[in-house]
Design a protein around this ligand. Structure first.
Ligand code: HEM
Length: 394
């Protein structure tokens, strides 16, 4: 290097106090930048990025601080990331569908037909959106039950569980509100039955009216479901999800009770880049499965809803509401619906408060009663859902 400025000198350094604080972390990216600087002229993306390393390095540093434990059941750590992956697919494909979808009683169904038949690859985007919604709910259930059985909700991760629980409600809200959007016969009558349920509870009429935008399911309901589906629920979800992921990064991944003491933890993967790369493999498998399902098992659009026609046979909600649906059917006696609603409300509140009720796991002691309760909830949901399947098919 002959006299004059070196590559390093020519890099303009950040001057504010915040960026000065990160100066020690700059060295690696800056030396890459200066090496490139000496051999090239004109605009160079790597050099440009290298000069701004003080912005990226703290983020990389924050991400690599978290370490993910490796043990015989660490496979369950992949399901939160898979839920996230399918959620991102939902946002992208949802935005694409919005380019052609028309949320009115007259045009909703025909705009779906147009997307299916006329828009290039419209059929694929619609199928991916429908399948990814189902896979997202499935991954979310697996993620929720696995974190439950691993007692990952225990102190100090209570807020991870609470934010997760809210995400579960929001995800079910996505499914419920999205179902009506094609304005087909099945969705119309299923929404009629679904939005009727709160009526059995005292003051429930207000909720029914709020959901329907009137006494019955009409075009006003479609407008509401549409705005819930594309504005309200996504907005809240993004906020709660950011909190969930930020907490995860700050608190780190939990280890099942007793694993450290028994020497069952084989080692730790830094989250960035090692675990993220493994996550990526999971996402690629998930994407391959999604494409396979979207191409080979398309969701039918059915026929346009006719609000004046009688409800056809075999109306049922989406599979993730089957357990509640079956219980409501079982409780067809006077006051039965209200009893079912009370049972679900108490069950839901207890589920949300699990980290505060399970005092043993908060003390790092095993809590078999909670494991058994979780197994009973799971068995109940599977048996009830299977009964719906036996009666109606898929
Ligand atoms: C949109 C839905 C959700 C997304 C995208 C999501 C995402 C994630 C991710 C990426 C992680 C870190 C990796 C992992 O442990 O799997 C995580 C951890 C966690 N999630 Fe979720 N989650 C969602 C819903 C839920 C639900 C419904 C619950 C429970 C009610 C929940 C409870 C937890 C807990 C307790 C952890 C900490 C796990 C540990 O430390 O071992 N999450 N979540």
């Amino acid at each position: 290097m002959k006299g004059g400025l070196t590559g390093m000198d020519r890099i303009s350094k950040p001057t504010n106090a915040d960026s000065e604080a990160f100066m020690p972390q700059q060295s690696r990216m800056q030396s890459i930048a200066s090496a490139i600087d000496e051999t090239t002229s004109g605009f160079n993306l790597m050099k440009w990025l290298g000069e701004r390393s003080y912005v990226f390095e703290p983020i990389v540093h924050f991400l690599s601080k978290k370490a993910v434990p490796q043990h015989r059941i660490s496979i369950w750590y992949y399901f939160g990331g898979l839920t996230l992956f399918f959620f991102v697919i939902q946002i992208v494909t949802g935005l694409l569908l919005l380019l052609y979808y028309k949320p009115t009683e007259q045009e909703a169904f025909s705009s779906f037909l147009y997307i299916q038949k006329e828009v290039p690859y419209g059929w694929l985007i619609r199928q991916i959106h429908s399948w990814s919604a189902n896979l997202m709910v499935l991954m979310l259930f697996i993620h929720m039950f696995s974190t439950f059985f691993m007692k990952a909700y225990r102190k100090p991760r209570e807020l991870m569980w609470i934010t997760g629980f809210v995400l579960c409600l929001l995800t079910l809200g996505f499914g419920f509100t999205g179902y009506l959007l094609p304005w087909n016969e099945l969705a119309f009558f299923a929404t009629q039955i679904g939005t009727e349920v709160p009526k059995a509870a005292p003051g429930g009429e207000v909720i029914v009216e709020l959901l329907r935008g009137g006494e019955d399911v009409t075009g006003a309901t479609l407008t509401r479901m549409f705005s819930f589906h594309v504005v309200l629920i996504p907005g809240i979800t993004l906020l709660v999800l950011s909190a969930h992921l930020l907490l995860m990064q700050i608190l780190g991944t939990s280890v099942p009770i007793g694993y450290k003491e028994q020497g069952l933890v084989k080692g730790y993967d830094p989250f960035f880049p090692n675990f993220l790369m493994k996550d990526l493999i999971g996402w690629m498998i998930g994407f391959a499965l999604l494409l396979y399902l979207a191409v080979n098992l398309p969701w039918e659009l059915g026929v346009k809803a006719d609000p004046l026609a009688p409800a056809p046979q075999g109306i049922k909600p989406e599979w993730y509401f089957w357990a509640q649906f079956q219980l409501l059917k079982d409780f067809k006696f006077p006051g039965g619906e209200l009893t079912a609603i009370i049972m679900f409300t108490i069950g839901g509140v207890a589920w949300a408060l699990v980290p505060f009720i399970d005092r043993q796991s908060a003390r790092e002691e095993k809590s078999p009663a909670f494991t058994i309760a979780g197994v009973l909830v799971l068995v109940f949901m599977l048996v009830e859902s299977y009964r719906v399947y036996l009666e109606y098919g898929f």
